[in-house]
Design a protein around this ligand. Structure first.
Ligand SMILES: [Zn+2]
Length: 427
């Protein structure tokens, strides 16, 4: 396999504590070395002057819709959207049809990914059969087939006894349990965050406490079982506070936040525009501030997009009828810069950590570093190039984004997976 040298970029690799101008040498799909003045020789060369060179970004929460909903997204189309967003690894949630609750479905996803995806795909298996919340899924055989975590995402596990058993099982297998925290008894029928805005719009509300009570329960169960427990798309102030508290007690509790929950509040919604409808819903300004604080102080470990494609035919309905979820892969870095980096709330190294080492550690996968011998997954990005997001040019098969038409400062420039350039921004 050909060699590749990335010259003169600012190499930021939080996992090895590196931050400085250097060259990155790649051969046979692995990092051969990081240093200065590496002679290119016959190797292909990428000039990264003025750019940041980071470990490949990992999105630990996406929906690729295959098998079952290929009209919305496929493993292939989702992988192209991922590459265009600077992601080299993505973790599809199991709420497909059939649900990824057995090694057979996990194998199917792995095989499809091997043939058609341009980024690494690390499937997440279901916690319960059919994600129905009753009987545990075939957790160890899914894990053997390649599943890196379990979750019933899209739905919570309502039964605490089932969740306890899942945590005990996941602990014995050595993988984390990821929960979509939503008490359905409190949230059912709701379309947006419960508050003054939902009253003003005359829509039914989803209270913040529907998330909080599940986070509280799960943290108690994580303490009881010793399991690695991860909160998906954390969105409320109380939940962030509880995760910080759990961490301070030394529990193996982690959390991820989406770009939209750090950027948008319920007040920012275009009224009745389904591109602002997702779960958890866009919450109050106060909650948005708490999510940002959690990222700053370390309560939150990773940024994950919850990329949730829905075709126009489904999203172009009355607000109450349309499904929950928005695209996220291609805008994640731009939104993160706008909300966190440009206002100087966090350092560039912390941004890189949230997209690389953070999720790699939550999942326990061998990615997220540019150390010698590591898989050559590399994301090269800019922090100042202006670009506009045109959702109609998205690689996704769907178009549901609240960020359509928005101009960002900084974004991905080159995405490299296993030593191969899989995507490049058009200059
Ligand atoms: Zn979810």
């Amino acid at each position: 396999m050909a060699a590749l040298v990335i010259k003169n970029g600012r190499v930021i690799d939080p996992a090895s504590g590196r931050d400085g101008i250097a060259d990155v040498w790649i051969e046979d799909g692995v990092i051969k070395g990081v240093g200065t003045d590496l002679a290119a020789g016959t190797a292909e060369e990428i000039d990264a002057t003025g750019l940041i060179v980071a470990p490949g970004f990992i999105d630990m929460h996406v929906h690729l819709r295959e098998p079952g909903f290929e009209h919305a997204e496929t493993i292939e189309s989702g992988s192209y959207a991922a590459a265009a967003g600077g992601f080299t690894s993505i973790c599809p949630m199991p709420n497909t049809s059939p649900v990824n609750d057995s090694a057979m479905v996990t194998n199917y996803i792995m095989e499809k990914a091997r043939r058609h995806a341009i980024v690494n795909v690390w499937p997440i298996g279901a916690i319960t059969k059919g994600s129905a919340g009753e009987e545990l899924a075939a957790i160890s055989s899914m894990h053997n087939a390649g599943a890196v975590a379990i979750s019933d995402d899209g739905r919570p596990v309502m039964n605490a006894r089932v969740m306890r058993r899942a945590m005990e099982f996941a602990r014995s297998v050595g993988i984390p349990v990821i929960d979509h925290c939503e008490d359905l008894h409190l949230s059912t029928g709701g379309d947006m965050h419960e508050g003054a805005e939902s009253v003003r719009m005359g829509l039914r509300g989803i209270p913040g406490c529907s998330e909080d009570v599940m986070v509280a329960r799960d943290i108690l169960l994580a303490e009881l079982t010793g399991a690695r427990y991860h909160v998906a798309h954390i969105s409320s102030q109380r939940s962030v506070e509880m995760v910080a508290f759990a961490k301070s007690r030394g529990l193996k509790v982690t959390a991820e936040a989406t770009p939209h929950h750090m950027a948008l509040a319920d007040q920012d919604m275009e009224p009745y525009d389904s591109n602002y409808k997702m779960k958890p819903p866009l919450r109050s300004r106060c909650d948005v501030g708490a999510v940002v604080t959690g990222i700053v102080n370390g309560a939150i470990d990773a940024i994950a997009t919850d990329h949730a494609p829905h075709p126009g035919s489904e999203k172009m309905q009355e607000f109450e009828k349309c499904p929950f979820g928005i695209l996220g892969l291609e805008t994640a870095l731009g939104v993160t810069f706008e909300q966190l980096l440009h206002p100087a709330k966090i350092s560039l190294a912390r941004v890189v950590e949230l997209f690389t080492m953070g999720p790699a550690r939550v999942l326990g996968i061998e990615r997220g570093t540019l150390a010698e011998g590591a898989a050559a997954d590399v994301t090269i990005f800019s922090t100042d190039r202006e670009w506009s997001y045109d959702v109609n040019k998205s690689f996704s098969k769907s178009r549901n984004s609240p960020f359509d038409g928005k101009t960002f400062r900084g974004g991905p420039v080159v995405t490299i997976v296993d030593g191969r350039v899989v995507w490049r921004a058009i200059p």
